[in-house]
Design a protein around this ligand. Structure first.
Ligand code: SF4
Length: 236
């Protein structure tokens, strides 16, 4: 198996706003890509463990710069210790830090969780907001975290752009951008709204388990024939 190009590299063009693509994209190719991914990943679950929207929000904040697998090792003790936004808001910072330490950046994550929970407890009466504006107004919550909550808990059309989605969307030429918000808008443009949440989650899982950053498993890829990335492996 060898690379189709002597120098393996991702083609990236950075844009800073929600600008549109330069290259046209064939709708039939997009439809085929997501049909095949749908066959391969029929039930693309969020892999963070949670049993309510507060836990999902906290777990997603913890997943920044950390794997879901690692987050899932700390959340059982965390969720057993704190149950409501008010309890997180009143947490003793050092105790909270110790519980989430292995997820990295634990001091800033603890600070954000306490500040975020305080706002949820006071402004939203302990309820998790169900819209992008209010969610992204919470400390430590960006569009990615907000989209996880909106899509997975509230069932709203929501495209989560993490490092895997960013990479796969670029390799498949579904976007020409490195900017997560632009990628989100580009994917909104190529996917029917009803497929935003599930389609993006399939891209994410495809990137996590098959189209990996350093050595993509092209030999196991169900969309191999639809991938025009010049760094993909040639299957003999
Ligand atoms: S063929 Fe390889 S590079 Fe292309 S999407 Fe599949 S795994 Fe990724």
């Amino acid at each position: 198996m060898k690379r189709s190009h002597t120098v393996s590299r991702e083609i990236r063009r950075t844009r800073t706003s929600a600008s549109t693509r330069k290259r046209p994209i064939a709708k039939s190719r997009v439809r085929k890509i997501f049909e095949q991914l749908g066959n391969a990943i029929p039930d693309p679950e969020v892999e963070l463990t949670s049993s309510n929207p507060l836990e999902l929000l906290i777990a997603t904040i913890l997943s920044a710069q950390c794997t879901d697998e690692r987050v899932n090792t700390v959340t059982p003790a965390l969720f057993a210790r704190y149950h409501t936004a008010l309890e997180y808001a009143e947490a003793e910072p050092r105790e909270l830090e110790a519980l989430i330490r292995s997820t990295g950046f634990y001091k800033s994550k603890a600070k954000n969780i306490i500040a975020c929970a305080s706002l949820i407890a006071t402004r939203f009466h302990g309820r998790i907001p169900d819209n992008m504006e209010d969610l992204t107004g919470l400390p430590g919550v960006g569009r990615k975290t907000a989209n996880v909550v909106l899509g997975s808990y509230f069932g709203q059309p929501a495209i989560v752009v993490d490092t895997h989605v960013k990479r796969v969307a670029n390799r498949l030429q579904l976007t020409e951008s490195d900017d997560p918000t632009t990628i989100e808008y580009d994917l909104q443009n190529v996917l029917p709204k009803a497929q935003w949440t599930i389609g993006a989650q399939r891209l994410l899982l495809h990137g996590r388990y098959v189209c990996q950053a350093r050595v993509p498993k092209c030999e196991h890829c169900v969309i191999y024939t639809m991938c025009a990335w010049d760094g993909k492996f040639v299957i003999a």
